[in-house]
Structure formats: structure tokens, C-alpha cells
Write a protein that binds this ligand. Structure first.
Ligand code: CA
Length: 239
């Protein structure tokens, strides 16, 4: 649940999309207003009583970039830009003109909510959840030949050390410490990457996963440690 009714401005001209977002945000405990064009969005945003602005890029009367630029002249309210996949380059530009984050259409409501929450928390100076997702609660996890020493952040296989990057390690440790549970890529992004992951998207999970598998699996194409559950996600079986 969101804390004490944070207020969100949705600037979106496609009614279907704004309605879906609005309903979901309200169910998550947020208060929201909707502006259906850029001009109206700007006027509402400039009132300055929103905790976050969800800003579509292609809008009638004034586009998302222009709205973002104008808002930034006077306010530092968190802005999440909403862009279509084919406007990928615009994403980068969105961040350059002062947006804090972006999501790509079509987006999952779950991920959108996670980003909204993270941006509001970051802005209000609250601690962002899952920034250090790997808690040192279990010092050592052994999965057959694989040994994860969470005190020294070392992973060995048959006693031989495997060099992992920080994220490869955190991903492995996260799955290992939740053995038997299946995680969707989006969940992994939120749980393992926390806020940082939002800039990389799902590809981040795929890339890290394939690097990790290349290092820990005997045959990465037929993984025995980290298993893919078709159209569900990844997991390490409970032994
Ligand atoms: Ca639009």
C-alpha cells in the first residue's frame, strides 16, 4: 500500500490506458488526476501538488518533452515518461530533459507501480526498498557442487572459485536463498536490481542470467542449477 495517499498526475490522451492506470493506482492507495492533453497536463502539473507525474510522450496540444521541460523550470516533482517501444531513442532524451525514469508501452501494471513507488520514495528521501536486496541472513548455501559463501561473497564449484560480477552474485544468491520459488523476470528486476534496474529493463535480467549460467552451469543450454519454468520465470529447485 502507498503511504498516506500520495497524489499522482496522469497525463495521457488514450482514455483506455489512462483508465487502466487510474484504477490500478487507486487500488494501490494513490489519489490521481488525469489530464488528456499536454497543455492541460502542464497547467495541472504547475499547481505543484503532485507527488509524481506520469507523462505520456505523444500528446495533443503539447508533447511530453515540452511538458517535462516546462515543469522542470520550476518544479522537481518526479516525472516518469511513458514511451512507445519504437521511440527508444526518445527515452534517453526524456531523461536528458529532466525526466526521472521511463516505462515502455505496453507496460505491466506491476512494474509501473514498483517504479512509481521507488521514484516517490527516492524523491521524499525515504529509503528505497530492496536497494541492498541480498541480506546476509544465511552465511552459506550449498547446492550440490555449488557453494555460496555469503560472508565473503565467494562462490565455488567443486571447491574451485568462480568469478562473478556483483549482480551475477546477487542474482544467484537471491534465487538460492529462495530455493523452490519461481520468480518472473520483472520480479527479479525489482528484487535484485532495485531502482537501478529500471534503466536497463528486462534485457538486464536476461543478459545477467545468461552470463551467470555460462559460469556456473556445466552445459548452460541445459541448466541444472537455475531452471527456467516456461512462461513463468526462473528458480533454483529446493533439494
Ligand atoms: Ca499518447
Amino acid at each position: 500500500m502507498a503511504d498516506s495517499k500520495k497524489k499522482i498526475l496522469i497525463v495521457e490522451d488514450e482514455k483506455k490506458i489512462s483508465q487502466v492506470i487510474q484504477v490500478n493506482l487507486m487500488m494501490a492507495g494513490y489519489a490521481c488526476d488525469v489530464a488528456a492533453d499536454g497543455e492541460m497536463g502542464l497547467q495541472m502539473a504547475l499547481r505543484g501538488d503532485y507527488d509524481l507525474i506520469l507523462l505520456d510522450l505523444m500528446l495533443p496540444k503539447r508533447d511530453g518533452f515540452s511538458v517535462c521541460r516546462e515543469v522542470r523550470k520550476t518544479l522537481d516533482t518526479p516525472i516518469i515518461m511513458v514511451t512507445a517501444k519504437e521511440e527508444l531513442d526518445d527515452k534517453i532524451m526524456g531523461l536528458e530533459i529532466g525526466a526521472d525514469d521511463y516505462v515502455t508501452k505496453p507496460f505491466s501494471v506491476k512494474l509501473l507501480l514498483a517504479r512509481i513507488k521507488a521514484n516517490i520514495r527516492r524523491y521524499s528521501g525515504e529509503v528505497v526498498e530492496n536497494v541492498t536486496p541480498v541480506a546476509a541472513d544465511e552465511d552459506k548455501i550449498v547446492i550440490r557442487a555449488l557453494e555460496i559463501d555469503n560472508k565473503n561473497f565467494r562462490v565455488t564449484k567443486n571447491g574451485k572459485e568462480i568469478e562473478l560480477s556483483n549482480k551475477e552474485y546477487e542474482l544467484l544468491y537471491f534465487l538460492a536463498s529462495h530455493a523452490g520459488e519461481v520468480f518472473e523476470r520483472e520480479e527479479l528486476l525489482v528484487k535484485v536490481w532495485g531502482y537501478e534496474g529500471f534503466y536497463g529493463g528486462m534485457r538486464t535480467v536476461d543478459v545477467t542470467m545468461s552470463r551467470l549460467r555460462a559460469k556456473i552451469e556445466d552445459t548452460p543450454a541445459e541448466p541444472e542449477y537455475i531452471i527456467t519454468k516456461r512462461s513463468k520465470g526462473y528458480y533454483i529447485p529446493k533439494e
